[in-house]
Design a protein around this ligand. Sequence first.
Ligand SMILES: C[S@@+](CC[C@H](N)C(=O)[O-])C[C@H]1O[C@@H](n2cnc3c(N)ncnc32)[C@H](O)[C@@H]1O
Length: 249
Amino acid sequence: MATHQDDKQLFQGESHASAYKQYRPRYEKTDLVEKIMTFLQEKLDPPYDCALDLGCGSGQSSQLLLPHFTKVIGVDCSEAQVKEALNTPFLKNISFRCGDEKDLGFIPDNSLEVVACGQSIHWMDLGTLYPEIDRILKPGGCLAAYGYVTRTVHVIDGESALEGQLQSLYKEIDDWIDPYYSKSIDVLLGGYYDLPLPYSDQKRFSNMKFYAEVTVDSLIGLVQSFSAFQIAIKQSPEKSNILDEYKQK
Ligand SMILES: C[S@@+](CC[C@H](N)C(=O)[O-])C[C@H]1O[C@@H](n2cnc3c(N)ncnc32)[C@H](O)[C@@H]1O
């Protein structure tokens, strides 16, 4: 059975990190950050000094927090992801470093208003994480754990025949990579309903919409950014051009 240690290897590849940065959706067209800030404002008055984005990946989720805090710290266990995050023009007031939930000792006690885990808490050892969150969050601070699932495709303005064709191609790829997902991802696929949270004061937002314009190329790039696809290709290198074949279809 895969451990958190094994899971930490899942995002280490450089080409994986580059696909992640290029093709994973950004969060601008959601009201995610407004929801986080409204929750926070009910407990703590602004101005807000610092947020931690744990499992920050290539930095898109850190960028989202930046307008609301004097500074943002992004931490990710993948060097390749941190390298991509550092290689972006929005670095003012954000710092990135490599690490995981065990490596938060550099953050002083009671110093953060928000710890955000975007699409990442399911990879972490919660027994280590939660005591650290309790230590570093200010009283009234907020843990924001969120994620999204991209296992089906809808065409908003377009032909339904195209939607059917895209859905069946996407399903074919998804069925192929499905066995390669780490079990840790089940909690995310289940909408975090089974995520144990030791906080009585919590709010849940379900079915939030996440709009993104996609092309066939960007859809294929998105698939390349999935951890299961990266494992599938490693284990069956002869299939490495499978996505090009789908592109031709
Ligand atoms: C799916 S990405 C999410 C990236 C970004 N937060 C976003 O919303 O797009 C998950 C990230 O969590 C990182 N990760 C996995 N386990 C981790 C851990 N235990 N501590 C820190 N980062 C971790 C991975 O390296 C990966 O970059």
